[in-house]
Ligand binder design. Structure first.
Ligand code: AOF
Ligand code: ZN
Length: 367
């Protein structure tokens, strides 16, 4: 069903999609290539904030009429749906009278869910689905996680010495990893819809959680998990707004003070047993807000709690060539295990050197 040329064009669409990776949120970053008589006549990717869609951009860019052409899209072209924020790509494609649509992946979003493909077929267009589907699944995994699991994709970023230590017992932690690794973290932040930390890390490190070392014209939302609303006014995370404070406490006075500074405060139910924010509910709330990809940069306690709550998809660990010793602080605070079979298991998906450090990326395996 698919030729080598089809593969080459879809690969081009995946590369184009990358141009929208840091800006398309809350929409998936899609790429689209339009080909006629063996030549590319138009191409596009999902624009800032998710609109216009990739197919709309590609059609508008066509150098000759797209009538009779083939459209390659990394995701099923959308159809009209109640919450739609613009024209439906399947309608635009229909109107352009193209002959064939090749898409990499069915879009599981409720408002589309196959109806885009059906609409195209009903218009007499040849629709071939599933070309390089595994690449599309990997590229759009954050969006797919939000839509199908109703929570964002969550990556924990950690940085530690060879013996897994993040700070000395006295709290000193700057810097364990090198400048290149820290720059790589900024690249990760630029790709994230939001960067999340906890009040403990805020008190210890006062992070800004902005993207600085790499070029980026969209800052991720900053999320502070602060069960008791302990955040101090001088915290750098509060400067410049674009911050969401997630709490379990009702304190209208404090909430209003924060709101007056442009900070949003959201209350999330507490977990009965522990009296703390229910992390599963928090992630569901963040997913409902359209956040696809959350990068977590925090300390051992919250790292451990997120892992234990089963809401971590991936860990990116920067390991520095140094040893801090047993008395130093670790990466994950978890209850003591009595059986090795209960350990959190990971599957390494990538390892590479970043400057003098080692970067280790691993998927968290479900029990
Ligand atoms: C496409 N091409 O480039 C993207 C699509 O809020 P709206 O109206 O922009 O619709 C959002 C949905 O559109 C989103 O949830 C996803 O299903 C789809 N994204 N579709 O045809 C694109 N980004
Ligand atoms: Zn669309």
């Amino acid at each position: 069903m698919f030729t080598a040329f089809d593969h080459a064009m879809m690969a081009r669409a995946f590369r184009l999609a990358e141009l929208g990776r840091c800006i398309a949120t809350p929409n998936p970053f899609v790429g689209c290539v339009i080909v006629k008589h063996g030549r590319v006549i138009g191409e596009g990717f999902t624009q800032r904030g998710g609109r216009p869609h990739a197919e709309a951009v590609a059609l508008a860019s066509c150098t000759v009429s797209p009538e009779g052409a083939t459209v390659y899209s990394t995701l099923e072209p959308c159809c009209p749906h109640p919450k739609s924020r613009g024209p439906a790509c399947s309608d635009l494609i229909k109107a352009a009278k193209v002959a064939r649509v090749v898409s990499a992946l069915h879009d599981p979003f409720d408002g589309v869910d196959g109806a885009g493909h059906t609409r195209l077929r009903e218009a007499g267009i040849v629709v071939d689905i599933g070309l390089m589907e595994s690449v599309a699944r990997q590229q759009l995994r954050a969006f797919l996680t939000r839509v199908t699991r109703r929570r964002p994709w969550v990556t924990l970023k950690v940085a530690a010495s060879l013996d897994g230590k993040t700070a000395l017992a006295n709290g000193q932690s700057r810097w364990i990893t090198g400048a290149e690794a820290r720059r790589d973290v900024h690249r990760m932040r630029a790709e994230a819809c939001a960067v999340l930390t906890g009040i403990g890390t805020l008190m210890a490190d006062d992070p800004q959680l902005t993207v600085r070392d790499v070029s980026c014209d969209r800052q991720p939302l900053r999320i502070l998990l602060d069960s008791r609303l302990d955040v101090v006014d001088t915290a750098r995370i509060l400067v410049g707004g674009n911050t969401l404070v997630v709490t379990a406490t009702q304190n209208d006075v404090r909430e209003n003070q924060l709101k007056a500074r442009g900070i949003e405060v959201v209350r999330v139910p507490v977990e009965e047993r522990k009296g703390k924010v229910d992390l599963v509910k928090m992630m569901e709330m963040l997913g409902a807000r359209g956040l696809n990809y959350i990068m977590v940069e925090t300390g051992a306690k919250l790292n451990g709690s997120l892992l234990a709550a089963g809401v971590v998809d991936e860990i990116v660990a920067y390991i520095a060539p140094s040893i801090l010793g047993d008395a130093s602080r670790g990466l994950f605070a978890l209850p003591e295990l009595m059986e090795l079979s209960k350990r959190t298991r990971l599957k390494v998906t990538d390892t590479r050197n970043i400057g003098d450090d080692l970067r280790f990326t691993a998927a968290v395996l479900e029990d």
